[in-house]
Design a protein around this ligand. Structure first.
Ligand SMILES: Nc1ncnc2c1ncn2[C@@H]1O[C@H](COP(=O)(O)OP(=O)(O)O)[C@@H](O)[C@H]1O
Ligand SMILES: [Mg+2]
Length: 266
């Protein structure tokens, strides 16, 4: 068995001690795997990624990550913070939360500067990432001047420039056109083929099969209601409808009404 990157046991988290966002979460995530966290709005996907990124901490249960148990006082251990932040990268759901530098270039190199990388290494990584994402013409622009798709690209690039071993992606393709979606998925899959662990939260059914070896589905009660292979979940129409992950498409063929889920081609 591959090394466990994350181990969660009985994890509970609530906002302000009263709005439960995650209940009794048990998860083992292996190094190098592709995991998708599925769930309708409000089921706890973002909260789960924030817990995995040590931005918040469980109120019950425990999380072990990279062979260390998460505790709030962990953040006082600068050595560990430095180690953890260089190994694990989180793409926020909303790029406006993530992008705060005056220019795209500043944004891309911010974390590298912060972690004390040399100027030479920074230049090398910058030129590599700019080429990969084809964003040379955006470098001097202010992030707020970008389109949604461009913001998302810059946000992902500023995570990948750190070359993390674990990528936490919160709805990476939300709001993107089909071509940009394709480009982003290809970049993510390439990272996985290089051995990186990829954990994606999404309710976009079209991208799940490619991005998952295994899916975990969160339900309304903020619990995992199913852990399964992507195909099993994606072809279980009753399940998808029950957990608000699909809606029925209606087609009119003359006087016949034909229904199907948006995923299928029939
Ligand atoms: N900052 C917050 N303050 C209070 N409640 C929150 C906050 N963020 C999320 N929640 C609540 O926690 C639950 C899970 O939210 P979230 O993790 O954002 O779900 P998802 O990403 O699946 O849409 C929801 O009920 C949501 O309203
Ligand atoms: Mg979310």
């Amino acid at each position: 068995m591959a090394r466990l990157i994350f181990e969660l046991k009985g994890v509970y988290f609530s906002y302000h001690g009263k709005i439960p966002a995650l209940c009794d979460i048990n998860l083992n995530i292996e190094e190098g795997s592709k995991i998708v966290i599925m769930g309708a709005n409000g089921t706890g996907k973002t909260t789960l990624l924030m817990l995995l990124d040590a931005l918040i901490f469980p109120q019950k249960g425990y999380i072990r990550a990279l062979d260390r148990e998460f505790r709030e006082n962990l953040l006082n251990d600068w050595e560990f913070v430095r180690f953890f932040r260089s190994k694990v990268g989180l793409l926020f759901q909303n790029p406006d939360v993530q992008l705060f530098s005056p220019t795209v270039k500043d944004e891309l190199i911010f974390s590298l500067l912060n972690l004390g990388f040399t100027q030479k290494e920074i230049e090398k990584r910058l030129s590599k990432i700019v080429q990969l994402f084809r964003i040379k013409e955006l470098l001097d622009r202010a992030p707020y001047q970008l389109s949604v798709g461009e913001k998302k690209k810059v946000a992902i690039a500023s995570v990948l420039i750190m070359e993390p071993e674990v990528l936490l992606l919160d709805e990476p393709t939300a709001g993107l056109d089909p071509q940009t979606t394709r480009d982003i998925i290809d970049i993510i899959l390439k990272e996985n083929s290089l051995g990186k662990t990829i954990i994606t939260a999404t309710h976009h059914l079209e991208i799940i099969e490619e991005l998952a070896d295994k899916v975990y589905v969160l339900g309304k009660e903020n619990k995992i209601v199913r852990s399964d292979y992507p195909k099993e979940v994606l072809y279980d129409e009753e399940f998808l409808l029950k957990y608000n992950l699909a809606h029925i498409h209606y087609h009119h063929h003359k006087d016949l009404v034909h229904t199907h889920l948006p995923l299928h081609n029939d």
